[in-house]
Design a protein around this ligand. Sequence first.
Ligand code: KG4
Ligand code: ZN
Length: 342
Amino acid sequence: MKKYLLSIESTCDETAAAVIDEDRQILSSVVSSQIDLHEKYGGVVPEIAARAHLDRILPVINDALQQSGVSLRDLNAVAVATQPGLVGSLLVGVTAAKTLAMLLKVPLISIDHIAAHLYACQLDAGEDVFPAVGLVVSGGHTNLYDCKSALNLQLLGSTVDDAAGEAFDKVAQILGLSYPGGPAIEETARNGDSKKFRFPRAFLKEDRLAFSFSGLKTAVLYQTNGQPGAHKQPPELTPQRVADLAASFQQAVVDVLVEKCKQAIQRVSYETLCIGGGVAANSLLRAELDLMCKQQGIRLIIAPMKYCTDNAAMGAIAWEKYEAKDFCGLDLDPTPGLVRAR
Ligand code: KG4
Ligand code: ZN
């Protein structure tokens, strides 16, 4: 008989559940987004996120079960993202998972959200993607890993300040665009000139696997609102200027991400580059990574679009732990801070 697993995700502002069989086939993947609740604040408000998870978690789990045709009593395990994330948000998913695992008397499995973002690359790949260099580029993280296997990730470098997605969200707010900023900037940038502004590209040519996006964000702010103490004010913020700023900002982020991936590949010398996380949905990034990997003779695997932003299907990684009998007790606690994925 086939085995089935319920995966639960509530690390930030998406309440998600998925039913996945032991062959990693996604039988259902339900995501309830809270964008409408957070957009007027231009970012996720942790307290609002936690309360919304509480309202949504049971309906979302129910929908996932119904759509999969798998009933509660057919489940062989319950898995939940336990790190990293917002503590109030994580607690909702973890409590739901613990309760179900206890009632159903099935193993409880903890999922590392970052490792799961990279495992999304495995979902439609049809062949093993690991070992690989992995880049997780999302609202909360910009991390490069040496992925020896799905569960064995060693951090090669990360951002010293903002995550790339966070920079997209903040710059969108500066430019008066909608939330989340990534898709809004991508759309607006289509009408802009990416060479109009020469924005900073931190550490670009340095032999250092690190990222920094806060200087770039400030540079956009100064071009938009003016520099404190400066005599000259910037020109009026016309739609064309917004488009040029968005395009030049996006190009700067993409240039840095692509160059650092290239440096990581040269350092670790794997044949595969995996990219996951919300910013991996960006078409300029996808196109430029494709070009770089072709030039380097590297296999590029980007998470399928529907599994870039937060979802529970990438919790398929829990099968790797199930097979290794790596289970948790009911004393499982969330770990909000960034922990190096094992
Ligand atoms: O992976 P995710 O859903 O959440 C975290 O784990 O952080 O990523 C959300 C982030 C947001 O910052 C959003 O602006 C960004 O991904 N994002 C994009 C695009 N779509 C989403 N950034 C650039 N281009 C996009 N098309
Ligand atoms: Zn995420």
